[in-house]
Ligand binder design. Structure first.
Ligand code: HEM
Length: 279
């Protein structure tokens, strides 16, 4: 039986329709996958899609703790770790992070606190660090930069440092502010130590006094000048007044306001060595 011309037209029309509808549905699915966050997360949870999508910028780059925990290398697969909420692919460092490696505890989680303490118990395997010593936080920042140089950064961990849209949290801002201010403090301290290096100190039993003296290396500051020992009053990190022996350049003595720089008793003004009473 031959088909009527109108039937043939209708059939090819509906085939065409079917083809275009399928394309439309496919485009819709793909756009959902690439632009609609919850859909991305669902797809990213499926390993088959993840392998393909992990290298696509913005897609699959947001991890929750559950998803990150799967990448601990136990299954012989990829190894990821997070530091201050930044997720890195550390598979290349399998000998450190894989099962049996010294730093396996870092795998599949954010254990920023352990990077500071070097302890790997439950109390330390956490991302909470705001209460840590500011100087230690600088060390953590150094680790972060090491990872940025050595490994590929593949995303952010939703939690303390990034919210569910990948935006930095107030907690993260506070941690970075603390890091920045302690870096600035360290620079200021170094500047002061270069200007007023510490004296060498040694207790001399025979004199029942401490010998304080200056050299071109005292205080760990390599320099051309030697300086003379003086009592230097400074404020410590808690704002308390403290006194230390510092080597002061002769020409500095005429420049600086001298209130916080005091000569030792029984010591010649120009002597590079003094014997001082220990209080
Ligand atoms: C707070 C304490 C410590 C932490 C958080 C820490 C962390 C780490 C990490 C994460 C790595 C791997 C780095 C990478 O991926 O390239 C590493 C490597 C290493 N660590 Fe530690 N570490 C600590 C203390 C120590 C100590 C005390 C020693 C020595 C007694 C040590 C010896 C080593 C060695 C030998 C390597 C291998 C270096 C290489 O082959 O490139 N670590 N450490």
């Amino acid at each position: 039986m031959t088909k009527s011309p109108s039937f043939v037209i209708m059939e090819s029309f509906s085939l065409k329709n079917l083809f275009f509808s399928s394309i439309t549905i496919l485009v819709l699915i793909l756009s959902m996958l690439f632009f609609y966050e919850p859909a991305q997360n669902v797809m990213c949870s499926l390993a088959i899609f993840e392998r393909f999508l992990i290298n696509t910028p913005t897609v699959c780059s947001l991890f929750d703790t559950n998803r990150l925990s799967r990448y601990n290398g136990v299954d012989g697969g990829k190894i990821y770790l997070s530091i201050l909420g930044n997720v890195f692919d550390v598979t290349e460092g399998k000998r450190f992070y894989g099962p049996g490696g010294s730093y396996h505890a870092f795998s599949g989680r954010d254990a920023s606190r352990s990077f500071i303490t070097g302890l790997f118990d439950e109390e330390n395997l956490t991302d909470h660090v705001i209460d840590m010593d500011p100087n230690d936080l600088i060390g953590l920042d150094t680790w972060l930069n090491t990872y940025k140089k050595k490994y590929k950064e593949i995303g952010k961990l939703i939690g303390l440092y990034y919210d569910s849209s990948g935006k930095e949290t107030d907690y993260a801002k506070m941690v970075y502010e603390k890091i920045e201010s302690s870096k600035m403090k360290k620079v200021a301290e170094k500047k002061e130590n270069d200007r007023y290096p510490s004296c060498n100190v040694e207790y001399v039993q025979e004199h029942k006094r401490s010998k304080v003296w200056c050299t071109t290396l005292s205080g760990g500051v390599k320099r051309k000048w030697v300086g003379v020992p003086r009592m230097l009053q400074t404020l410590d990190k808690n704002g308390k007044l403290s006194v230390r022996c510092a080597c002061i350049q002769q020409d500095e003595l005429s420049k600086v306001e001298l209130a916080h720089i005091v000569e030792y008793d029984d010591c010649d003004t120009n002597s590079t060595t003094c014997y001082v009473k220990v209080s």
